[in-house]
Design a protein around this ligand. Structure first.
Ligand code: GDP
Ligand code: MG
Length: 695
């Protein structure tokens, strides 16, 4: 049952229920009320009618005519709508304004324009004009409803109405963007008696319409505009509804078929009549039209369509973006936390595709330029939103690649003792970089074939990665070089031990010649060994030079240490004693002496002592007889690479002074200690002589 508006809601919405169930399709809605306000609830109603996603696949019809000429009755009969019909018994006027219903059997919106009565009232003329504009701007077919006896009354109310329609139309469609765009005026002649055949009535009406058209003051540039340029005309006559009810019903049924196009007949709707407003934009469009009309502003449809397109494309874009942002949220946190999200490029491309598809589906029906511009904006927004994720993923992948590279180098060097360092590094680098590129390239295609505005950042990150891989390789190479240098030094030290010991045990003038010859031999072998191995390391000249210097310096220090071991106080004294004993206690044939009283013990003692004491000076300094044996390329601290100095906190080193083994003081100390030992031997020898005499 009808439930008119009450208080709060200024609009009447009537929900029609059958057996208590609400049937949205039978709802009617007041889209413009008596206060001339537009009802934006229309949007929800269109959804309820199931037409929101209809695109262009819907039609709009409006009816126009004097009050109480059976308009609402006709619409209800034709389309199964539920417009209010004047109560016969009370002759009460129905609610003013503009109403809308959905046809029962077709995606058709029907507008019933109420309250155009008594043309003497100025206010009504205003409403009539406004609702004519409104109806023309949106409808494909305008039904003009009139009694038969009104036909030919050129001065009558209907002709005034039509004049208004024409005037308004010229203002509205004068600037139409599509010159084929037109509107069908369907004249429905009511209470047709039949005495005057329809063709005659049609001719009269047509004549009158042209007279009105010709009498119009045309706007600038439209002086030659013809009625036919803007309107198609159609005519229909209906018999008296009450007096000839049956005939009325069958005539209505015939007319209904002209709308629906049943049985293969052509429908009244033609594409040229459609105002090309997508169903989901009808509300906003009508709202805008009504506002323009209300404020008496100039109304041109191209502008209105463009404004509508801007509004709707923004709305559609925002809705698509909202869903997109939801999706993006799911990866933003992990990616920002450093996780490499698998297949991110494909995922992002998918989101973009879905988002644009959503936009395209709804927005592509609107003004093409606006649609395209907003689409470009949407693409930009999508790219801008995805860019930080793309960038974080790049960084994360770089980190991962570096970590993998380190591991690959470590494993590669460990696995194979006869590895070629450059080859191991080269392979690991190629693999790492290849994987990085593979994992990042699909992200680039999100933006475009060549990565669009992301390509620059990608290149930059790739270059950074290459540099960083190089750094890691450098660290490994230095490690490897250090290891090799250490190994060479160790083996050199071992090999030095014997020759040094042998040489120092046989003191003499050529003692240092023997030591240095052995040393020079070994160092030459060590250097050759390094150069052989280092060729695969891709070391720089500078690095090789540093390594060789390190080897020489360390070898020299090892030599000194070895020598010092053998010239330490106790060792040196032992050697001196041994030398002295050799001379003093054994004769020239190596036979132990037995002192007899006639032996010249004193002079033998003195000679042995003097010769031995001279040895102290020999041990005191590395001084070969052949000076060319002294190495000339033992580097000083200034000559060594910083890494060597950092790892060897050696005392100040100076080659010349490193040759001095015993200081003057030390020599005096050793001399006096040796003298004591020698004196003890002398005393012992003397005693043995005395003893032998006593025997
Ligand atoms: P509207 O104001 O133009 O919408 O007219 P209504 O549909 O409310 O009808 C007004 C009155 O005319 C009602 O009492 C109807 O019963 C009556 N009516 C409807 N159709 C016809 C018709 O074809 N001929 C006549 N004579 N009366 C009609
Ligand atoms: Mg009515």
């Amino acid at each position: 049952s009808p439930s008119p508006s009450n208080g709060a809601n200024p609009f009447a919405t009537v929900t029609n229920g059958i057996n208590g169930t609400s049937q949205a399709i039978a709802d009617r809605i007041q889209i413009v009320n008596e206060q001339k306000e537009f009802n934006t609830q229309l949007s929800q109603q269109i959804e309820k009618w199931g037409l929101h996603d209809a695109g262009f696949s819907y039609n709009i019809v409006a009816v126009f005519g004097s009050q109480s000429t059976g308009k609402s009755t006709l619409l209800n009969r034709l389309f199964g709508t539920t417009f209010d019909v004047m109560d016969e018994t009370r002759r009460q006027q129905t609610t003013k304004g503009i109403w809308m219903c959905r046809a029962q059997t077709a995606p058709l919106l029907v507008m019933d324009v109420e309250g155009t009565d008594g043309r003497e009232r100025g206010e009504d003329q205003d409403f009539e004009r406004k609702s004519a504009l409104f109806s023309l701007a949106s409808s494909e077919i305008l039904i003009v409803n009139l009694w038969e006896h009104q036909v030919g009354l050129y001065q009558g109310a209907n002709m005034g109405l039509l004049k208004t329609v024409f005037e308004v139309n010229l203002g509205l469609f004068g600037k139409r963007d599509d010159p084929t765009q037109r509107t069908l005026l369907l004249f429905v002649i009511r209470d047709h008696l039949g005495t005057t055949p329809l063709p005659n009535l049609q001719a009269t009406l047509s004549q009158d319409l042209h007279r009105i058209w010709d009498s119009l003051a045309k706007p600038e540039g439209l002086g030659n505009a013809r009625l036919e340029d803007y309107f198609d005309l159609a005519f229909e006559a209906l018999p008296h509804k009450i007096l000839t009810a049956d005939k009325f019903e069958s005539a209505v049924a015939q007319l209904r078929k002209r709308f629906t196009g049943e049985n293969g007949t052509e429908t009244l709707f033609k594409p040229a009549y459609h105002k090309r407003i997508p169903a989901d934009g009808v509300t906003h469009y009508m709202d805008g039209i009504w506002e323009q009309v209300q404020s008496n502003k100039d109304l041109d449809l191209p502008t209105q369509r463009e404004l509508l397109a801007q509004f709707r494309c923004d709305e559609i874009s925002a809705a698509a973006l909202a869903a997109f942002n939801e999706d993006v949220r799911t990866v933003r946190r992990p990616v920002e936390a450093g996780t490499v999200v698998e297949g991110l490029g494909g995922t992002m491309a998918g989101w973009k595709e879905v988002t644009l598809a959503k936009y395209d589906q709804a927005a592509s029906r609107y003004h093409p330029a606006v649609y395209q511009r907003k689409r470009d904006d949407l693409v930009t927004t999508i790219h801008t939103t995805l860019h930080p994720i793309f960038y974080s993923q790049l960084k994360n992948l770089s980190k991962l690649t570096l970590a993998k590279f380190k591991k690959a180098l470590g494993d590669g060097l460990k696995a194979n003792t006869t590895y070629d360092f450059a080859e191991v590094v080269g392979k690991a680098k190629d693999t790492g970089l290849g994987e990085w590129e593979a994992a990042t390239k699909d992200m680039l295609s999100v933006v475009g074939e060549k990565g669009g505005e992301w390509a620059g950042g990608w290149e930059e990150e790739r270059s950074t990665l290459v540099v960083e891989l190089g750094h890691v390789a450098d660290v490994f190479r230095k490690d490897e070089t250090t290891k090799m240098v250490n190994q060479i030094e160790r083996s050199l030290r071992t090999q030095l031990a014997d020759p040094v010991e042998v040489a120092l045990a046989k003191p003499g003038l050529d003692m240092w010649d023997r030591v240095l010859t052995a040393f020079n031999d070994l160092i030459e072998k060590a250097e050759t060994g390094y150069v052989e191995k280092a060729t695969s390391f891709n070391c720089t000249e500078e690095e090789n030079d540093g390594a060789l210097k390190t080897i020489r310096r360390r070898a020299w220090i090892s030599l000194l240490n070895k020598i010092k071991e053998h010239t330490a106080d106790a060792a040196l004294l032992a050697k001196l004693r041994a030398s002295f004993e050799e001379l003093f206690r054994y004769d020239e044939h190596g036979v132990p002496r037995v002192w007899k009283p006639e032996d010249d013990l004193d002079s033998v003692f003195k000679k042995a002592k003097d010769v031995t004491l001279d040895l102290i000076a020999v041990y005191a300094k590395i001084a070969p007889t052949d000076l060319s044996l002294l190495p000339t390329n033992i580097p000083s601290d200034d000559d060594l690479p910083p890494s060597f100095l950092a790892s060897n906190s050696s005392d100040d080193f100076e080659f010349e002074s490193s040759l001095v083994l015993l200081s003057e003081t030390k020599q005096l100390d050793i001399t006096s200690r040796f003298r004591r030992d020698a004196d003890a031997y002398y005393v012992e020898a003397k005693r043995s002589t005395v003893a032998s005499i006593a025997q």
